[in-house]
Each structure stands twice: as C-alpha cells, then as structure tokens.
Design a protein around this ligand. Structure first.
Ligand SMILES: NC(=O)c1ccc[n+]([C@@H]2O[C@H](COP(=O)([O-])OP(=O)(O)OC[C@H]3O[C@@H](n4cnc5c(N)ncnc54)[C@H](OP(=O)(O)O)[C@@H]3O)[C@@H](O)[C@H]2O)c1
Length: 311
C-alpha cells in the first residue's frame, strides 16, 4: 500500500484528511498510509502545496509523484531537487469558480454596471443602453483548463470570443490564434481581455508597453492569471492615458498586495485578493486520489507539468 505524505499548510490537513480518506476508500486504497509526518525514504506520493513544509525533495528517494494542490506551479517547477513527475491541479471546482469570476467581471464591464452602482444621484440618465454581447469582442489569453472553459462560457452568452495559446487550439464558437503574431491579432480587437496564462519565463510581461498600445482605446483587462503577466508600470501609464479603461486584478507580483501599492488607490483599478478561484477540497481530493490510483495501477498520471516549458 502506498505511503502518502500530506505536505501543505497544517490548517489544510483538517480540511483535506477526511476527504482524502473518503476518496482513497472509494478508489479501493483504504489501506494507504496518509500522514503529515513520514520517513522521507518511505514516501511514495506527496500531496503538495508550494507554501507547505517540503522544499528539498532530495531525501524522498522512492517518490512516484508530487501532486500539487494548486493549478499554478511556478514556485515548484524550477526546484532541481525534484526528480519525480509533478502533476498540477485540474479540478471542476477550480474551473467552475474561475468561469464564474471571469463571467461576472466581464459582465460588469460589458454592461457598464459601475455607472449605476456609483451614480445614485437622483438624475435619470435614460438612453445609454449597453451593446449586446454579440457586438462585443472579448479575448482570453491562455486556453488551458481554465481559459478554454471561460471562453466557452462567454461564447455561450453570445460574446464574440477570441483566444490565444502557445500551440494551435480549436474551441467551438471561439476564434483562436497562437504564437507571437496571433497575440497581436487578438489584442487589436479585444475590448475585454482576460489573462489565464501560467507564470513562465515566456509569459512574463505579456502585456507591456508595446502590446498594451495595440488594444482598442478604453479596453478592459481582467487578470486572474498571475501578476507577472503584466508590466505594472506600463499598465499604470496606459490607465492614466486612457488607453486602458479599467483593470480588474486578482493576482500580483507581490501578494498580499502592499498597502501602499498604487493599484489600491487607482480609480480605474479593482483589486480582488487572489480569490478568483480556489481548489475545492472535495473535488480536488478526488483528483489527487485518482492520480495515486493511476500510479499504483501503472497507468499514466494526469495533468503532468512539462518542466521545460514551466507549466
Ligand atoms: N487567481 C486564481 O485564483 C487562480 C486560480 C487557478 C489558476 N490560476 C492561474 O491560471 C493559470 C492557468 O491555469 P490552467 O489550469 O488553465 O493552465 P493550463 O491548463 O496549463 O493552460 C495554460 C494555457 O496557457 C497557454 N500558454 C502557456 N505558455 C504560453 C505562451 N508562451 N504563449 C501563449 N500561450 C501560452 C497554454 O498554451 P497551450 O494550450 O498551447 O499549451 C495553455 O493554453 C495558472 O497557471 C494559474 O497561474 C489563478
């Protein structure tokens, strides 16, 4: 029976332990050893969070896989002590949460809700009706587990959806582009752009002085991806010049976002505290256990990270 080490923050253990035990029982692995402390040389799987206690994998000599509880792997992917396969989190709870956050914030800007939420001044301003979704182009940068689900949901609401990825993708109802030229094409027409790229050396500052300048005047940016995807100074300058109309940011280069950061006070920035979506314990426990079951059955692991690409 496999030895499974739970290596996330201690308070997560209380939440995950019952769900993992239940999922292990369902998978026929009720006798697996699930623990927060083990002799490293006897551990088969690590259920992992990058902010947990394990940073050096060297003593874990018989490790079969590291199963990340987070979708983002930028804090572990470059760890040279890790030789075993690394799987990231893909879970329906995480995906549905992201679809809801992106849809909600897209509709806020599409419908111009702020004008009414903040403009309750007794003046009846009739006549300004938002366009239909069919007349609004929205773009998703990153068409992976999360981006493709968001693109499909927005297309379902009638938006003209465009999307960008590293390799060629086909998604029904979505105009897709890939590679550097594809990004330019997408940004030229995008009125609301959502970033759902991973944080890798190739994606850092995807939105910078040059790419922001391609976007239509007044375009809106949503960033639930990672802070490093945007050059902060270039974004602030683009907001001040009116090139960008608003930025709703959920992720930042430094988190928590420092209290004196200009984003907090900027009238055209909405800060949300990295809550766009979170791994849901019940569904995530099943994803983790399914990979352990696969490992024990000699089947290939799901959601493996390409260590060279960084995601
Ligand atoms: N704020 C939150 O609460 C929260 C929650 C969960 C996740 N996230 C963030 O969301 C990110 C995306 O998650 P996911 O599960 O959708 O990841 P994923 O399935 O790995 O998808 C990543 C997408 O980005 C594309 N991509 C990667 N490098 C690129 C490049 N250099 N140029 C163009 N496209 C590139 C990939 O292209 P290919 O399809 O061609 O490979 C893929 O479409 C995570 O990495 C994490 O940072 C945030």
């Amino acid at each position: 029976m496999p030895n499974i080490l739970f290596a996330a923050r201690p308070e997560r253990w209380t939440l995950y332990e019952p769900q993992l035990r239940e999922a292990l029982a369902e998978a026929g692995l009720a006798h697996a050893v699930l623990t927060t402390e083990a002799d490293p040389s006897e551990v088969d799987y690590i259920v992992y969070a990058p902010n947990g206690p394990v940073t050096d994998f060297t003593p874990y000599t018989r490790l079969k896989a590291v199963l990340n509880l987070w979708a983002g792997v930028e804090d572990v992917v470059g760890n040279d002590t890790l030789k075993a396969p690394l799987a990231r989190m893909v879970d329906y709870g995480l995906t549905e949460g992201m679809v809801e956050w992106v849809t909600g914030h897209t509709l806020r800007h599409h419908l111009g809700m702020d004008a009414h939420i903040h403009g309750q001044d007794g003046v009846w301003r009739a006549g300004v009706v938002p366009p239909l979704a069919r007349d609004r182009t929205v773009a998703i940068l990153g068409l992976g587990a999360l981006g493709s689900a968001c693109a499909t949901a927005l297309a379902g609401l009638g938006f003209r959806v465009t999307g960008w990825s590293r390799t060629e993708k086909r998604i029904e109802g979505v105009r897709t582009e890939h590679g550097p030229d594809g990004l330019q094409e997408i940004l030229k027409s995008a009125e609301i752009v959502t970033l759902l790229l991973p944080d890798t050396p190739a994606t850092e500052n995807t939105l910078n002085v040059d790419t922001l300048a391609l976007m239509p005047r007044g375009a809106v940016i949503l960033n639930p991806g990672r802070g490093a995807l945007i050059d902060d100074d270039a974004l602030l300058a683009a907001l001040d010049s009116g090139r960008i109309g608003h930025a709703t940011l959920d992720t930042f280069r430094i988190e928590p976002l420092p209290a004196d950061h200009p984003f907090w006070a900027h009238p055209k920035v909405t800060v949300t505290p990295h809550i766009a979506s979170e791994t849901r314990v019940d569904s995530a426990a099943r994803v983790i256990v399914d990979n352990i079951r696969r490992g024990e059955a000699g089947e290939p692991f799901l959601h493996l990270v390409d260590r060279t690409l960084g995601y």
